[in-house]
Design a protein around this ligand. Structure first.
Ligand SMILES: Cc1cc2nc3c(=O)[nH]c(=O)nc-3n(C[C@H](O)[C@H](O)[C@H](O)COP(=O)(O)OP(=O)(O)OC[C@H]3O[C@@H](n4cnc5c(N)ncnc54)[C@H](O)[C@@H]3O)c2cc1C
Length: 381
């Protein structure tokens, strides 16, 4: 059910060539300078690697979520910071595709797929992280506009996005807490929008993250994405899809770290023989490879369910949690197998661990993923 087709194998080869050829030579410098080179994003767009699940009539490739996972896996295999900077440009297109009006799809999807517009999702707030239903940013209808006030934190592309999908409270008095929210598209050039970037992050230094303040920001009421009062549910549906994409980032990170470890243990000799000849080292390699392959299977299976139109929140969460954890574990062992050289950035392995860590935190921490899995299995979802 979830083995790759010959076409997907071809895509993987093309993406690998692109990522190996373009990312590796600049990755450490972009990371050190906490910046990104937009030419990589534009080139990825030219090659048709962005939001490939978008229908062809909106300039997408009409492919699936599994295809997208194969692509971002290969990006992350070289560098998760660059992979995230590129894949986050279309972070949220899944939602526009699912529930956007025809006008919204026509306006936003083609430039996103073509690499001339960048978006983001603004959910997290100072007092609403894991508990999404505590979001307090308000959107009040005033004639033909929503007036938005509030603040968001940890927003990817806060300083770069052309627009964000913002989770707002639109019906604060609704007795049903989860029906108080709406998702609204906010153009970042509106008066009252401001963003401040973070510096000195452990992970994803090539990818922009920042705080957003929304002060009396007016957007057209046509910017409502989906139905009023459905925002919380929209975000949960979005997470079912985006978590699978994050799991693919984990698979790629684990594979990249494993590749590095293999290269090192073949070259480095101690006790008169290559490290690769020591049985305890072989045991580590076997465990790293098995975990990576198990993670890949879970990711591809979750993506296949999305493509079949039968998303399973538990499986999406299993994939997200497991693949992120495997990325951290495999990257940790890859550094261990490098010995002291592992902590030197020039050996190109430390960043796999630094970057992997965030995969266990954003898009739902691993603890939150386990809560979802348990709820689903216990029939309480
Ligand atoms: C680099 C980066 C990029 C991000 N990009 C975005 C973005 O684009 N848009 C956006 O909206 N958000 C974004 N986030 C925010 C991210 O989704 C949140 O950090 C995440 O949801 C966790 O929220 P929090 O940081 O407030 O942690 P908290 O909710 O305070 O949780 C802290 C810890 O408590 C534990 N915990 C919490 N709840 C439970 C529970 N129910 N059971 C057991 N343990 C629990 C977990 O260990 C968790 O890690 C980003 C974060 C980072 C680091």
């Amino acid at each position: 059910m979830y083995s790759l087709t010959p076409e997907q194998v071809k895509i993987r080869k093309a993406v690998r060539e692109f990522a190996e050829g373009e990312f590796r030579k600049v990755a450490r410098e972009l990371d050190a300078k906490e910046t990104f080179d937009d030419r990589l994003w534009k080139k990825a767009a030219e090659l048709g690697f962005l939001a490939v699940f978008v229908e062809e009539k909106y300039d997408g490739m009409g492919m699936g979520y599994l295809d997208q996972c194969v692509i971002v896996e290969e990006f992350a295999r070289v560098d998760l910071g660059i992979a995230h900077a590129i894949e986050s440009t279309f972070f949220g297109t899944q939602l526009i595709q699912m529930i956007g009006s025809e006008d919204q799809k026509t306006k936003y999807l083609p430039p996103i797929c073509g690499g001339s517009m960048r978006m983001g999702m603004a959910i997290t707030e100072p007092d609403a992280g894991s508990d999404v239903s505590s979001v307090s940013t308000t959107a009040v209808l005033d004639k033909d506009a929503y007036v938005i006030n509030g603040s968001k934190v940890f927003i990817t592309n806060a300083n770069l996005a052309d627009f964000l999908v913002v989770l707002c409270v639109t019906d604060p008095d609704n007795p049903k807490k989860h029906q108080r929210f709406s998702t609204i598209i906010v153009e970042t050039d509106r008066p009252g929008y401001s963003a401040t970037a973070y510096h000195g992050k452990l992970s994803l230094r090539a990818s922009n993250t920042g705080d957003v303040v929304l002060k009396n920001v007016r957007v057209s009421k046509e910017n409502l994405l989906g139905k009023a009062g459905q925002g919380f549910y929209n975000i949960m549906e979005f997470f079912n899809r985006s978590r699978v994409q994050v799991s693919a980032l984990g698979v790629g990170t684990a594979q990249g770290a494993l590749d590095k470890a293999l290269g090192h243990v073949r070259k480095r000799s101690q006790f008169g023989k290559p490290l690769a000849d020591l049985q305890l080292v072989q045991g580590k390699i076997a465990e790293m490879a098995t975990k990576t392959e198990a993670a890949r299977s879970l990711c591809y299976r979750a993506a296949s369910l999305l493509d079949a139109g039968t998303p399973d929140p538990a499986l999406s969460s299993m994939a997200k949690w497991y693949c992120a954890e495997v990325a951290v574990q495999v990257a940790d062992e890859a550094i261990q197998l490098h010995g002291g050289y592992g902590i030197l950035e020039e050996y190109d392995v430390a960043h796999y661990w630094r970057n992997a860590k965030v995969l266990e935190i954003f898009e739902g921490s691993k603890e939150v993923e386990k809560v979802i899995i348990a709820k689903k299995i216990l029939g309480r979802y």
